[in-house]
Design a protein around this ligand. Structure first.
Ligand code: ADP
Length: 771
């Protein structure tokens, strides 16, 4: 048996050649030997005479085993004690009963404890010398305190920790640990209290093979095993076989039963000189063991052992409750994480982002290493996951093979060979579909158990016995276990699977709701759009018709007013002439307004003639055109070139530039006016915020003029909006910017201004890049 087994059990293989397969057949319950710290007498149930005695009785009391055979206990006990023992006979079963007794007919009359039970047709009387380290076993206040602490513990780990601490406190063992079995019967040290100079065993795992099946079966019957001194020479029973049966007796309930010499050897190799192990049993199953080790012989009194047993039994009884508490806490955590995810999803425009953006993510829902979301061709990963190609392979496998909406496995490799390569992150996974048709998934991953495990055998040195017998070395033992748990992750609990199912339903609900909302919104948007286009078209044609029709009579008014001025000015007084002049001016202004309106309405119906337009050239032409005015106003124009060639309608773009440049030199009080034209820094986005700024060219026209109060940054783009009285800054209809904006928008861009009053203005316009 592996040395690690010695840590765990007081049983091992005995006598024969030992292999992994036959160690389960080792007859450990019938060794025919006892540990010599006490001695054993087996009495026939009916005759009450000694039929077997351990050979070492002589060493203890100076009377040989043979001398005791076929006699009653009166050979050792005086009448009072004998009567007390006889009174116990009828009450005896497999549970040992204790009686303290001085051995009256023995030299020096030593004091022993008699531990009695009835089993297999025999009355078993085991004599234990009173322990040298004997302390008063029952300290009720301290026991009370321990039980209170154990009751308070909210996790199994904490519960175990308190139990081991108390057992160590009352027994003084150098190390006390709680060892828990996994469903595959491998085990882990989950709690430990030890002397500081010892190496910790906490967290170490042990393969199932370390404890043979027959040992497990015996531990269910006999809760406590004790070896006060591993350095013992076993004493045989005399005779070894029970006369009535002709076989060595079944020593399952015997306190002194001798254990396998190999086991003893291992204990010695580990520096363990004394051990006590107590079973923890839940619903008739071996849940774990409380293990005590000491590095020198340690005789613990029967009463103290019984007290430890009491603690282990109390532990066993409360265990269910603690496990439920722990499970409820986990359930609560899952529930809380789920609720937070739902809230996050509700707040996100893209509901899936609610699953992977902080503070709560999919990783918080379950104990897992990583998670992935496959959604409409996108892949998002969280925590530790396989690589993208491996994930895509897994996705392909799921799509091809899994029809369930919720699928889970603790061993992907069992289903698909590709699972072997990803066992470090995705030995197990839990997947839920995101759509009606399988295809989109959320998946949680768990690593292979082996990856997380500290293996006990790695810490051990001894692999070979002196006598050359084959045995399960720590390495072989580990390998056997690795094969069992290879490619396997911690299993998915039913409550986890249920929570995943609920999450899936909720996500489906949200998707259906969002889909409906989107459809409704899209329908109303398209309705609005059609209406808008229609009313725009109507407005455009109305403006066109109105302005066109108005122009005729207006022309007449203008012409007649000019005739009047030319031909009848002499007949009018000065006031009359002045009024007539105002009439001419107003009709001219009205004509200009109508022209603007006409121009504006035309843009709506205009088809752009897009072509490669070299902006360097276009800007040059506009500057050329404005040259006289630039000189008049003492304006310098700097072009930060070279500018790109864009796809645009050059006539329209020329009008835009012309308007912006004219404004730049118009709206200024400075004696030296400066205008700069150039391309904006990459990433500059308009007021509406282009979704993809890289898809646009952005240009600017900057001046050092009067600037515009931010309050008016929007209004100046409305038709006929001027910020100044008619005469100021050279006049204007207030339509230029509105027309320019509409033209830019026709090019798929935006026109906007950035300015502070008194500090100049920068007009930006963007043009969609067309490749
Ligand atoms: P108009 O120049 O015919 O008045 P616009 O539509 O071109 O009409 O401009 C609207 C208003 O925006 C102008 O009246 C002016 O008040 C303001 N504006 C335009 N460009 C500038 C500029 N570069 N600096 C300061 N104000 C400006």
């Amino acid at each position: 048996m592996a040395q690690s087994a010695a840590l765990l059990t007081d049983e091992s293989l005995f006598g024969t050649t030992i292999t992994l397969t036959n160690c389960d057949r080792e007859p450990i319950h019938i060794p025919g030997l006892v540990q010599p710290y006490g001695f054993l007498l087996c009495l026939d149930e009916t005759t009450k005479q000694v039929v077997q005695a351990s050979e070492n009785v002589e060493a203890h009391v100076g009377i040989s085993a043979d001398e005791l055979l076929h006699k009653g206990l009166e050979r050792l006990l005086g009448p009072d004690r004998l009567a007390a023992v006889q009174a116990l006979w009828p009450t005896l079963g497999t549970t040992p009963k204790l009686l303290g007794a001085r051995l009256d007919y023995v030299k020096g009359q030593p004091f022993f404890k008699l531990i009695l039970h009835r089993y297999a047709g025999l009355l078993w009387v085991e004599f234990e010398p009173v322990a040298e380290t004997e302390v008063s076993a029952l300290d009720l206040p301290s026991l009370n305190n321990t039980l209170a602490q154990m009751l308070e513990a909210s996790t199994v780990q904490e519960f175990s920790q308190r139990a081991v601490e108390h057992v160590r406190e009352i027994t003084g063992f150098a190390r006390v640990g709680m060892y828990r079995f996994a469903p595959d019967e491998s085990g882990e040290m989950i709690a430990e209290d030890k002397r500081t100079d010892l190496d910790p065993l906490l967290g170490l795992h042990y393969p199932a093979t370390d404890i043979p099946q027959q040992a497990r079966a015996m531990y269910l019957k006999n809760w406590l095993r004790f070896i006060p001194d591993v350095d013992y020479v076993a004493a045989p029973l005399v005779p070894v076989r029970t006369p009535s049966t002709g076989r060595p007796p079944d020593m399952t309930h015997s306190v002194l039963r001798s254990v396998s010499p190999i086991h003893i050897e291992y204990l010695k190799n580990m520096g363990v000189a004394a051990t006590m192990t107590i079973s923890v049993i839940q619903d008739g199953q071996l849940w774990g063991m409380l293990m005590c080790h000491h590095d020198s012989p340690r005789l613990i009194s029967f009463e103290l052992r019984e007290l430890c047993l009491f603690i282990a039994k109390t532990f066993s009884a409360l265990l269910h409750n603690k496990e439920q508490l722990e499970q409820s806490a986990y359930q609560l955590r899952i529930q809380e994480a789920k609720t937070r995810l739902f809230e996050q999803m509700a707040r996100q425009p893209n509901f899936l982002a609610g699953l992977y953006q902080q503070p709560t993510t999919l990783l918080d829902v379950f104990d897992c290493g990583g998670a992935a979301i496959f959604f409409e061709g996108e892949l998002i990963t969280l925590g530790y996951t396989p690589t993208e190609p491996q994930l895509l392979e897994l996705l392909g496998w799921l799509r091809a093979n899994v029809r369930q909406d919720v699928f889970y496995t603790d061993s992907y490799a069992r289903h698909h060979p590709a699972g072997r390569a990803v066992r470090a992150t995705a030995s197990g996974f839990l997947a839920i579909t995101l759509s009606q048709e399988p295809g989109d998934y959320i998946i949680w991953f768990r690593p292979e158990v082996l990856q997380n495990v500290a293996w006990a055998g790695k810490h051990e040195k001894v692999e070979k016995m002196d006598d050359g017998q084959l045995f399960i070395s720590p390495r072989q033992s580990f390998e056997a276990w690795s094969q069992e748990v290879e490619d396997t992750a911690a299993p998915w609990l039913p409550l986890e699977v249920e929570a995943a199912r609920a999450l899936r339903l909720h996500i489906s609900d949200i998707r259906v709701k969002m889909f409906n909302e989107l459809q409704a919104r899209a329908a109303s948007l398209s309705r609005l759009n059609t209406e808008l286009t229609r009313s725009n078209d109507e407005l455009d044609s109305f403006a066109y018709i109105a302005s066109h029709d108005l122009k005729e009579p207006l022309r007449g008014i203008h012409n007649y007013s000019v005739f009047l001025l030319e031909d009848y000015a002499d007949l009018l007084d000065e006031e009359g002439v002045s009024k007539l002049k105002t009439l001419v001016r107003l009709s001219e202004r009205m004509e200009a307004l109508i022209d603007s309106l006409l121009q504006m309405s035309r843009i709506g119906r205009l088809d752009l003639e897009l072509q490669a337009t070299d902006l360097n050239q276009l800007v040059g032409e506009v500057i050329e055109l404005l040259h006289p005015r630039l000189e008049q106003t003492n304006t310098t124009v700097a072009v930060r070139g070279p500018l790109p060639t864009v796809q645009a309608d050059p006539t329209r773009l020329r009008e835009v530039l012309n308007n912006l440049l004219s404004n730049a030199l118009k709206y200024s009080n400075k004696p030296d006016r400066q205008v700069t034209i150039g391309e904006a820094e990459p990433g500059k986005a308009g007021v509406l915020g282009a979704i993809n700024p890289e898809g646009y060219y952005v240009f600017y026209v900057q001046d050092n003029g009067i600037g515009i109060d931010p309050r008016h940054h929007e209004t100046i783009f409305r038709i006929f909006r001027r910020l100044h009285s008619q005469e100021k800054y050279g006049g204007g209809t207030g339509a230029g910017l509105a027309i320019a904006k509409k033209m830019i928008e026709k090019h798929g861009g935006e026109l906007w201004v950035e300015s502070v009053l008194g500090e100049g203005a920068t007009f930006y316009f963007s043009i969609l890049k067309i490749i």
